[in-house]
Structures are given as structure tokens and as C-alpha cells.
Design a protein around this ligand. Structure first.
Ligand code: FAD
Length: 655
């Protein structure tokens, strides 16, 4: 298979012009523009549901490239990876193949907010994604740059409404037709790179930005509202020039936990994992930042950057005099480079070198590749439906950084959902939305389309109000059956595995419930456990698991004839038992939200002439955002409870 990939890759990268012209004037069900994390998941998902798909990207060689940190997951982001995997996306399996240092963040807190994370080998990650994509049935991949959208003339009945009909390539102006196009241009839309006082056009170091024609199509022809955001990356450091004895060693988990529900182990063996190191900034770092400010155009600009992943310049300016963490992370299994997380910077190269050498462990360090910043256009995401299609352009979908998010996981999650919906549109099926009650993907999209963004959006567990139900461990139970039965994006082996697990968990919990004893009897049975005898009533095996010190294995060893068949689900059973009371309580609130979500608001409502009592301010907000359901309207800032009651009356009256 790998040989096949290499031959195809070689063929495609050497014959891109021929390949591009060979697909010219052809019609595809779905065209995906961009081969980043959003584009690859979008293309794969559209293909999985049966759509004939074309992926056009500037360079095949960079498909699946990790532009910044070689890591995946974390708190909130790890949940997204698990959900993408539960819907049969690529990211989780790619992470298991490429990971070189696995850890579960937040272990000391409850499993609902655990953050599965891995440090990756860049080369392996790309290799996995390319291998999957270039061998996928119904998917054609070509190298090329899309410079414009083909759009049918607006319907005179509906001024401002357009329909996409395809794309036009930059070289030779070839046109390729499709009724569903997904744009996933990442940091490339009108992208500019910054280092010191130097600015140059680019989407990423060494790669040109998206053609200006595309921005023109979006802004001038389609009348979309665009904004501008920025981000940056640290210099890469030559590993052998670092003095690790002056940093703190940080070991991975002894047993790596795979991201994917269908993997029992990771490609990297536990003993092959590579450690990370932690060090800190010094007052010298602050000094260099201040001395270089006048030579640093990126930091001087008002454009908003990622608040939770700020540059060292922003950190020093916001928290003067503070010591900041710097993680020295491997770039790969055999890489000679290190990624200094926390040192994203855009000052001139000579100042970058001075700055890193102010850190004791890096006092003799050399820079292999300088840090730099990028500024790019994004499309304000309130212009999207929850199925990621633009409200004013039939068939045009957007996913990833182009919607104002930051991060591979946020991009992949949107890409997958846009791919499913673009495929469904092309195959004449109605669009689908994911609710906040069932997934982090639903939370992410609902936040984007409901509130828009003022700074790069990243996922946190605190954004999910039902996080005790939306746990990383149960993403397969929440989404895989839906993905197979309703959407058709999940393969049958994965579905059968999820059904087997669901059955096993349900049987194990019933068996645990059937074992009831007094606390004193339990104490005798589980001699190692610390059980308070305050309760006089009988306690079930399931309730016993709610004690911190009681594991499923302990209970199973006391009742092997009943429970030993379920030992493989040991950790999951414990988590289910611990969370069951919280989840049952949450269920009622989730039901209420689902009811509100089921009351749709027609996309064409004229809020200014709606014959109900609404203030001008509320009418303006509703007109601007056009929430697709009553639930979404309720979450809009500025829409009062009274306005919601009037809207509810209107919706129920008009059916
Ligand atoms: P990308 O991964 O950017 O992929 C876009 C793809 O589209 C590319 O393959 C490109 O070639 C292709 N493309 C663009 N225009 C066209 C066109 N017209 N025709 C054909 N193909 C096209 N994220 C964080 O979470 N934290 C960070 O600190 C961080 N720092 C970053 C620093 C830098 C310098 C960069 C470049 C990115 C950084 N990111 C960071 C962002 C992270 O890389 C993105 O969030 C993620 O890659 C977005 O995925 P995407 O699929 O939307 O776009």
C-alpha cells in the first residue's frame, strides 16, 4: 500500500498540471479546497458517505502538515479528536500512528475533563494522512490553487442569494464543476508572514498565500463579511545544542492511551516514547522582548491573536516580570530539532537568538528555523448555518481556520461536519446539525455560528455545559451509532465494535446493580477498599464503584463468576458508574434544550416586520445572526427572555 502511495504521490506531484487539466470541466459531487486538517477530514467524510469528491490543494506534499506545534489533543481539544474518530475521521488514527509521547492531561480531575494528548512525529503524521487520502475510493486529489468560485447569477426573486457551481483554478483558468464546494484555506486567505520589520505574502513559511481572486470572490462578488486574525510560531531549536540538565524532565504516561476507539495500542511502543522537558523564562527574556519591540511589526498591529496560545512578546507585555513556562518538545522520533512551546515570536532573527539564549538550558542553543507570524482573512462565521453552509450561497461550505478558529482539532472537527453536509447536499439529502447536547463538535459549531468570533476560537471543556455527559471516553457511544445508522460515515466494523462495547457496558452495569449487600459485607469482600459504613441500607455494586478507592477489578475479583467477562471494559465501567447520577440529572436539561432546538426558525424570516413585540435591538441581532432554531436564538447575547417568549408564541402559532 505504501509503495502504491509513493508511486501515486510521485505521479501527482510531478504531473500536477496534467492532472489539473484532466479534471477540468468534469463535474464532482463535492470539491474541497485545501489539504490541511479541515480539508482532509472534509474530503474523507464526503467520500465516506458516497460522494464523488475532488480535493484541490496547493501542494500534495504538505497534505496533513502540522503548521505549528507537533502535538494533538489536550483539554477540550482531545475531546474533539475522540469525536472525529468516533465518526470515523482520520485524525485519531493518525495521532496513534505518529505519537511519540502520550499523556492524559488533567488526570487529577474527573475523567470528563481529562485531555488525551500526544506529541507527534511530523513526518509520520503526514505520511498517515496522505496514505489514507491517496488510496481512498471516490476521491481524486490534485495539486492546484483555486483562484475563484463559479457562482450562478442571483435569483431575481431572492436578491443577495447565490448558488455555487464550481471553482476556477489559477494556472490556465481551468474550471471544475460541482454543486457543493468546501473552502478550507486555513491561514492562507490573503496571508502575510511577519518577521521583524519584514512582511511578505504567504500562508505558511515557504508557501504562497491563496490567490487574491478568492478573497475578491468572497468579499466583493458574494458580499461576505471578512475579518483578520493573526498567529505565530516559535523558532525550531537544534536539539544537540540544548543543555537538558538545566531543565525538568517530563515523562510520558507509562501506558500510552490511543486516541482511536478502534486501536488497542499505539504505533510507538511504551518504551520508545520520548520525554519532554520544562524550563522557564528569565528577566533577560523580558529585556530582549522590550528592546526589540520597535523592530517587530507583527506585535505592533491591533489584529487579534490567540489569547490562550500567545506569543512570548504578548506574554511579557501582559504579565511583566513573570516567569513563563517553556516546554521543550520533540519534533519527531528521529528529528534533530526541538519545538519550544511558549516561545512563539516574530522579532528579527538575531533578537530571537539573543532571547532564547537568555534561558539557562538554551544558553548555547542554535536556531534551525526562525519563528514568524502570519496574518490572514477569515469569514465571520455568523454567516453560516449550523451545517456550515453559507446562508447566502447555496452549496458553499466553510471549515477550519477560515471560520476564525485556531488549532488542528477545531479545524478537523469542522471539516468532518462540512464534508458530511456537502456530500449530503450533493446527494440531495437534507442537511444535518449536531446539538450541543450530544457533542463538542456541536458546541464548537453552535458557538461559531451563534456568537461569531472576535479572536481566534479554541475549544475548552468549560464551553460545554453538558461536559459530564460529553466525555472523551464515551464519544463512540454518543456518535458512532448515529454516524452509521443516520449519516453513513462510519464503517461497519467500527459500528459493530461500538455496539459490542455498548452491550458489554450495559450488561456489566446491570450485573453490578444486581449485586447488593450491606456496607459491612462489602467491607469484608473488598478488604483493600476504604468504605465508610455510614449507610445502613444495602449498596449495589454500581454504587460501590462511586467510592474513589473501589475499582471494577476489585469488585470483579470478589464476584468473578458474574463480572469477569467484562474486565476488558474495567476503566469505562468505573467512569460510567461514577458519572451515572450526574448524567441522569443532566438528562432533563438536555431534553429541554433538544426541545428548544427542534423548534426551527425559518432562514428567511423578516425580523423587522415580524408582528410580535420585539425591541429594535433584538430584531437587529436576530436579523444579523439568523439563528436556525429557538434554542440558538436563546443563546444569543442581547436576546431577552421576553423576546424568546414572543418568538416561541410566533413559531408555535405559525407552525
Ligand atoms: P491549514 O492547515 O492552514 O491548511 C490550509 C490548506 O489549504 C493548505 O494546505 C493550503 O495549501 C491550502 N490552500 C489554501 N488556499 C488554497 C487555494 N486557494 N487553493 C488550493 N489550496 C489552498 N494553531 C494553534 O492552535 N496554536 C498555535 O499557536 C498556532 N500557531 C500557528 C502558527 C503559524 C505560523 C501557522 C501557519 C499556524 C498556526 N496555528 C496554530 C494554526 C493551525 O496550523 C491551524 O489552526 C490549522 O492548521 C488549521 O487547519 P486548516 O485545515 O483550517 O488550515
Amino acid at each position: 500500500r505504501l509503495r502504491g502511495l509513493l508511486i501515486q504521490h510521485h505521479f501527482l506531484s510531478n504531473c500536477s498540471a496534467r492532472t489539473a487539466s484532466s479534471v477540468a470541466c468534469r463535474e464532482y459531487d463535492v470539491i474541497v479546497v485545501g489539504g490541511g486538517h479541515a480539508g482532509t477530514e472534509a474530503a474523507a467524510a464526503a467520500t465516506r458517505i458516497g460522494a464523488e469528491t475532488l480535493l484541490i490543494t496547493q501542494k500534495i506534499e504538505t497534505i496533513g502538515a502540522l503548521s505549528c506545534n507537533p502535538s494533538l489533543g489536550g483539554v477540550g481539544k482531545g475531546q474533539l479528536v475522540k469525536e472525529v474518530d468516533a465518526l470515523d475521521g482520520l485524525m485519531g488514527r493518525a495521532g496513534d500512528y505518529a505519537g511519540v509521547h502520550f499523556s492524559i492531561l488533567n488526570r487529577r480531575k474527573g475523567p470528563a475533563v481529562w485531555g488525551p494528548r500526544a506529541q507527534l512525529d511530523r513526518g509520520r503524521y503526514k505520511e498517515f494522512i496522505q496514505l489514507e487520502l491517496l488510496n481512498m475510493p471516490r476521491l481524486t486529489v490534485i495539486e492546484g490553487s483555486v483562484e475563484g468560485l463559479l457562482v450562478s447569477t442571483a435569483d431575481p426573486e431572492q436578491p443577495g442569494k447565490h448558488t455555487v457551481t464550481g471553482v476556477r483554478l489559477a494556472d490556465g483558468g481551468n474550471e471544475i464543476l460541482s454543486s457543493s464546494v468546501i473552502l478550507t484555506t486555513g491561514t492562507f486567505l490573503s496571508g502575510s508572514l511577519f518577521m521583524g520589520k519584514t512582511t511578505s505574502p504567504g500562508g505558511r513559511m515557504g508557501e504562497p498565500p491563496s490567490c487574491s481572486g478568492l478573497t475578491h470572490s468572497l468579499r466583493e462578488i458574494l458580499g461576505l463579511k471578512l475579518g483578520r486574525l493573526k498567529t505565530g510560531t516559535p523558532p525550531r531549536i537544534v536539539k544537540e545544542t540544548v543543555d537538558f540538565s538545566l531543565a525538568h524532565l517530563h515523562l510520558p504516561d507509562l501506558r500510552p492511551t490511543p486516541f482511536s476507539f478502534i486501536n488497542t495500542h499505539t504505533h510507538c511502543k511504551p518504551e520508545e516514547q520520548i520525554p519532554c522537558h520544562l524550563t522557564y523564562t528569565t528577566p533577560g527574556v523580558d529585556r530582549v522582548v522590550r528592546e526589540s519591540l520597535h523592530m517587530n511589526s507583527h506585535i505592533q498591529q491591533d489584529t487579534k491573536g490567540p489569547r490562550y496560545c500567545p506569543s512570548i512578546e504578548s506574554r511579557v507585555l501582559r504579565f511583566p516580570g513573570r516567569q513563563h513556562q517553556v516546554w521543550l518538545e520533540p519534533e519527531g522520533l528521529n528529528s534533530d530539532l526541538l519545538y519550544p512551546q511558549g516561545l512563539s515570536m516574530t522579532m528579527p532573527l538575531e533578537m530571537q537568538l539573543r532571547l532564547i539564549r537568555e534561558i539557562p538550558a538554551l544558553q548555547r542553543a542554535d536556531i534551525h528555523t526562525p519563528g514568524y507570524g502570519v496574518q490572514y482573512d477569515f469569514v465571520c462565521p455568523t454567516q453560516l448555518f449550523p451545517w456550515l453552509q453559507l446562508k447566502s450561497i447555496q452549496g458553499l461550505f466553510l471549515a477550519g481556520q477560515i471560520n476564525g478558529t485556531t488549532g488542528y482539532e477545531e479545524a478537523a472537527a469542522q471539516g468532518l461536519w462540512a464534508g458530511i453536509n456537502a456530500g449530503r447536499t450533493a446527494l440531495s439529502m437534507p442537511p444535518l446539525s449536531l446539538s450541543r447536547t450530544e457533542s463538542y463538535i456541536g458546541v464548537l459549531i453552535d458557538d461559531l455560528v451563534g456568537h461569531g468570533v472576535t479572536e481566534p476560537y479554541r475549544m475548552f471543556t468549560s464551553r460545554a455545559e453538558f461536559r459530564t455527559s460529553l466525555r472523551p471516553d464515551n464519544a463512540d457511544l454518543r456518535l458512532t451509532p448515529k454516524g452509521f445508522e443516520e449519516i453513513g460515515c462510519v464503517s461497519s466494523p467500527r459500528y459493530l465494535e461500538a455496539v459490542r462495547v455498548r452491550q458489554g457496558l450495559s450488561e456489566a452495569l446491570s450485573a453490578l446493580k444486581s449485586i447488593t449487600m450491606s456496607p459491612s459485607r462489602w467491607k469484608e469482600k473488598l478488604r483493600d477498599a476504604c468504605i465508610s459504613e455510614t449507610k445502613s441500607t444495602l449498596i449495589s455494586g454500581e454504587e460501590m464503584l462511586q467510592y474513589k478507592d473501589v475499582s471494577f477489578d476489585m469488585v470483579a475479583s470478589a464476584f468473578p463468576e458474574i463480572l469477569s467477562p467484562y474486565l476488558e471494559f474495567s476503566e469505562r465501567i468505573k467512569i460510567e458508574a461514577v458519572y451515572r447520577p450526574h448524567c441522569e440529572k443532566q438528562q432533563r436539561e438536555m431534553e429541554r434544550m433538544r426541545e428548544e432546538e427542534s423548534l426551527s426558525l425559518c432562514p428567511d424570516i423578516d425580523y423587522f416586520s415580524l408582528p410580535v413585540s420585539l425591541s429594535d435591538e433584538v430584531r437587529e441581532i436576530l436579523d444579523r445572526v439568523r439563528p436556525s432554531t429557538l434554542g440558538a436564538a436563546m443563546r444569543l447575547q442581547g436576546v431577552t427572555p421576553a423576546a424568546i417568549v414572543h418568538l416561541l408564541n410566533y413559531v408555535t402559532r405559525t407552525g
